[in-house]
Design a protein around this ligand. Sequence first.
Ligand code: SF4
Length: 340
Amino acid sequence: MQLPESADRFRTDLLQWYHGAQRPLPWRTEPSLYRTVVSEFMLQQTQVKTMLSYFENWMHHFPDFQSLAKTPAENVLKQWEGLGYYSRARNLHKLAKAFVQLPQAPQSPDEWQALPGIGPYTAAAIASIAQNYPAAVVDGNVVRVLARLSDHTQSFNSNGQAVKAFTDAAQALLDRKNPGDYNQALMELGATICQKTKPLCETCPVQKHCLAQKNGSRYAASLPKIQRPPIQKIEIDRALILTQTTVLLHRIPDNATRLAGQYEIPSLEDLQLPRPSQKPHAVKTRGIANQRIKENLFLHGKPNQASTPHAHHWIQLDQLDQITLSGPHRKWLEQLLPAL
Ligand code: SF4
């Protein structure tokens, strides 16, 4: 990668812009090691605007490592409900338990990576932002900015390959005196100015250092070149089975890799029920990564089995707030139940 000719000038322009334009996010206005750790966990896979209210709520319930460490796992998951990718909550909980046993906080990205849920990106982010350690972060936003700055036209097979390819350049360009602000500035630039499909080159604070914009912002938007995995279409039929006061829900086993311990509207397959001939009562669609998921919700009578099928539970409708429901399933129940 070709670094900006004047790396010093680039850093100065970037930081000057960041100090005036940064969003007043709660982990910046009131910084602490714990708040940085929590924000970095929540920001993995989730956009700032989605996680802000979760962050405030989390701080209300678990203001520090100690309070989080001593809370039972199901209560921790309950506060994460709706944010998705629940392994983050479980790992954050494990991290808090491990952290409170340490004689002192980890002091380098390598030490942070020894804790649960922390990979190279999160380790560099925490160590640089909260501890001023000179480690460059490289995520999708940073790859995008660096690829455009250097007009890097090589194609990558995956995001991971692109991250690896830019890691040395990112480290060389890092402002070693202000690594935390510099890292946040580069990510902020990627999130707000150097956007995926519409880079705002006209208002970009590092425009004069950028090679791609010399060919126009439409050309810049074509970088980086990363092959996307093919879209996978998935269709699931689900059964909404109600009595006057209860609803039948499936509890996902504790050893499941996704959504362990959470409740969901059961699938016809899990209940071993045939697909009804009538149209579904509601159809919901959503996308997760490269998956496009269509979920058909059928109103169904009680299953024939004499007892409730394994891992399925009748939950009182007025107790739904007490259990941890998968985020979309809670939304669907809130939409559908009042009209039934
Ligand atoms: S000039 Fe345009 S393409 Fe270059 S870094 Fe700025 S926003 Fe991105």
